[in-house]
Design a protein around this ligand. Sequence first.
Ligand code: HEC
Ligand code: HEC
Ligand code: HEC
Ligand code: HEC
Length: 488
Amino acid sequence: MKKNLLVIVFLLVLAALLVACGGQTTQAPTDAPTSASIVTEAPTEAPVALSGDPIQGGLLYDDWVKVLGVDAPTDNQPLWGTQTTNTRSGKDTWRCKECHGWDYNGVNGAYGKGSHMTGFVGVSQVAGTDASAILAALKGATNPDHDFSSVMDDQALTNLALFLNDYQFDTSFFIGADKLATSGDAVNGKNLFYQNCSYCHGPQGLSMNFADDSDPEYYGTIASDNPWEFIHKARFGQPNAENMPSMVDLGLSDAEYADLLAYAQTLPTSSPVTEGGRLYDKWFAALGVDAPAGDQPLWATQTTNTRTGADTWRCKECHGWDYKGVDGRYGSGSHQTGFPGILDAAAMSPEELTAWLDGSKNADHNFSTYMTADDFARLVAFIQKDVFDKSTIINDDKTVVGGDATHGKLLFDSVCKVCHGTDGKTFNFGSDSEPEYFGTIAADNPWEFFNKATVGVPGEAMPAGWNLGWNLQDIIDLLTYAQTLPTK
Ligand code: HEC
Ligand code: HEC
Ligand code: HEC
Ligand code: HEC
């Protein structure tokens, strides 16, 4: 498709050139008849060929604020006030997709009902029309309240116009009213998934949760709940994930999108163990809620750990990254609390574990005000399946048992490097004076590293190793390599 556009742009430029040449060379006897006929057919108005990047246009349509890295205007988009059915406000009101839909059909499509309903027109009718006229509409020519030229530069608007002109995609031939793929070869879709998506999204599409853990959204969730969004993102990529490929760029055929969707809709939409692991780490960040005010009631029963507030509510702060509480790493140092570990709890029944979480066992150990039965089920799944004695793989001096750094590097390069950088120093989790990099965590707190590498980081769409299909030995290898990376 991109190639097609380039050809069209090229032809338009050529036509414009020929028009120009034709005008100047009327005296030249050798003038080719074809150019003469173009001259007569296109007298004064040579079409202006817009040039730009329609793929970026597709990303801008999704979320131009994210793509351009700018602040969203503080007020609602002026046209927003002309509707009352969609109660979102602020940044969302400026997204093209929020008014015109992932299916480009506005009120006549999926956004014709539900919480996203606005009643606004679609944009599918402008496909194939004059790109300059589309550009003008984005600058307010048809409605002054539809002027985006104060928030985006001309090139961005041009890219949007090129996207709308030539890169919209009518998915109605393979998405039914019930959102299910009506055609499409799931077997081929699986191949496409393994070639293009699974190395980041994991063999089951579960490696990254794009939403809060209270209502997780995985690759398969989006494919089933919002197939139009899924297809749009598959085609253009993801605004804040520059490394996610665009399938338009890679030249997927129309039918192949149907295949990709048909398979994606068979993938699972929950992952209790890794979700539970993120809750254990920092449940309020994972659930996207504020930490409770004040200290956890049991906190006052100790005096050695001087932290206050949110930290006192983290499971890991009392029970440790090694799950051994006072009998492990948190038996000394600034994190020392004296609380018990939970290694033995791995053998408890779900009922007994839940009784620990909802206060039945100890009224001060009650999290039911903040977490649902589903959340408890996730914590139970994590404790039962993932809580084990790590001394078999991590020595007291923090070195790792039996790791293969060469294989670890392969794993690091294939997934972690993209975000954390070749030396693991792209993000500093500490402060300027006391930096904490990927390598620092691996060296100083391999137990914490283990948790994050296997279940992910609460509130971040960071891949969870378990859901990349990695096994225990893979994590040991990764950790061994991570300990060779710079710590400052
Ligand atoms: C707040 C809702 C809203 C947002 C955000 C919005 N539009 Fe629109 N758009 C409209 C409405 C309403 C119209 C019809 C305006 C009119 O002509 O009165 C429209 C018209 C259009 C048209 C002309 C359609 C036609 O048939 O002529 C295009 C093209 C368009 N929008 C593209 C975009 C793009 C691209 C973005 C993102 C930069 C965007 N819109 C953002 C509400 C919105
Ligand atoms: C190089 C890594 C990478 C590859 C390959 C990749 N993605 Fe993604 N994708 C990401 C990242 C990172 C995010 C989420 C970023 C965020 O939201 O913070 C994401 C998000 C998504 C989302 C959801 C976005 C949302 O916010 O709801 C969809 C849908 C998606 N990808 C589809 C695909 C499809 C389809 C493929 C293959 C055709 C694919 N991805 C290949 C990295 C990748
Ligand atoms: C403020 C410190 C603190 C926090 C935070 C905390 N716990 Fe506990 N936890 C304790 C104490 C103390 C006990 C033992 C209580 C008793 O014996 O009555 C305990 C007991 C348990 C037990 C039973 C262990 C056994 O072997 O009998 C489990 C399971 C447990 N906690 C899980 C969690 C989970 C999951 C979280 C996070 C949602 C959490 N705890 C948060 C202090 C804490
Ligand atoms: C899509 C981008 C992305 C990828 C890929 C990624 N991470 Fe991360 N990672 C993040 C972000 C974002 C943070 C949080 C940064 C912050 O808190 O400043 C983070 C934080 C971390 C932390 C430290 C968290 C803390 O607060 O101490 C560890 C450990 C980590 N990642 C390990 C990994 C491992 C192992 C891999 C490869 C399996 C990986 N990451 C791949 C984005 C990513």
